[in-house]
Design a protein around this ligand. Sequence first.
Ligand code: 5AD
Ligand code: FES
Length: 345
Amino acid sequence: MNDLAEKLIKTHELSKEEFIQLLNQADDKRLREQLTQEAVRLRKACYGTKVYTRGLIEFTNYCKNNCYYCGIRRGNTHAHRYRLTEQEILECCQAGYALGFRTFVLQGGEDPYYTDERMAHIISSVKEEFPQCALTLSIGEKAYETYRLFREAGADRYLLRHETADNRHYQSLHPESMSLAARKQCLYDLKELGYQVGAGFMVGSPGQTMECLAEDLVFLKELSPHMVGIGPFIPHHDTPFAKEKPGSVDMTLFLLSVIRILLPKVLLPATTALGTLDQRGREKGLLAGANVVMPNLSPVGNRKMYELYDNKICTGEEAAECRGCLENRVRSVGYYLVSERGDAL
Ligand code: 5AD
Ligand code: FES
């Protein structure tokens, strides 16, 4: 067996230099097979053939940030902006609950309209109506005290991708007002406050090198988050990266397997971006070691407006259609969707 693969499988860890070497062999078919097989073995040892599902509610596409890759960046004057009211958010949850969802993810841009007080009110309303469900937030960087307030209001989990763990690369994807140090601080704050925390990054974002990806893996091992979201970069036509090439599906699948081995118990979604670049991307993600899917519960009327990248799938389908569609897709690769909260082990 490949020495590095063997070491990774035995120790669940590699040095940055070793990760670089491993990633440079990502198109070696034998190596891929070895790692995929081990990733699936670990996934089944921890979770059997269950796939957890999260209902994603994209409740605002206003954002004060201006990340170069993102379609809802402040500078995109062509974006049609919307916000959901607390009532509309609760209606999404009600529809989702009836379909069997037991985790709701409130995701949005960094929108100052949702003050700490408004947000805390929404969180406690959702938790009051659905006490048996987990509530995940994905609303960006906040102060420690704000994260504490949301936690006390009932939020259980928080998704905040670090995007890239390489400083120079981070700076090339974001305006100067943003920093990797601030992003990492948020992730450590969230952990300290007892959230189940999700980090993650885009695969193939402009300027990304094997060194960057190796740094991502080293950082993930150090942070040891409960969840890791990764997906290929996909250009959006109204951003500075409009003309950049999309990330690679195969590299994303390879990284899913590596992450499963690095963090065997991790909650690992087969993402919408993966499903956008490849018709069977999400199924392939599950076969590479992923164990979560995150279909959309947002009102169909708003779906198209939450356009982080071009050609995003599922913008025309009702929540029930996506649920059914995913049930079939998951089953087609030997797994099954469950109606559980799906907390971190
Ligand atoms: N391509 C792929 N993923 C993107 N995201 C934002 N813009 C893009 C894009 N153009 C991802 C980021 C963010 C998450 C919500 O969506 O990683 O954290
Ligand atoms: Fe939305 Fe298939 S998951 S249509």
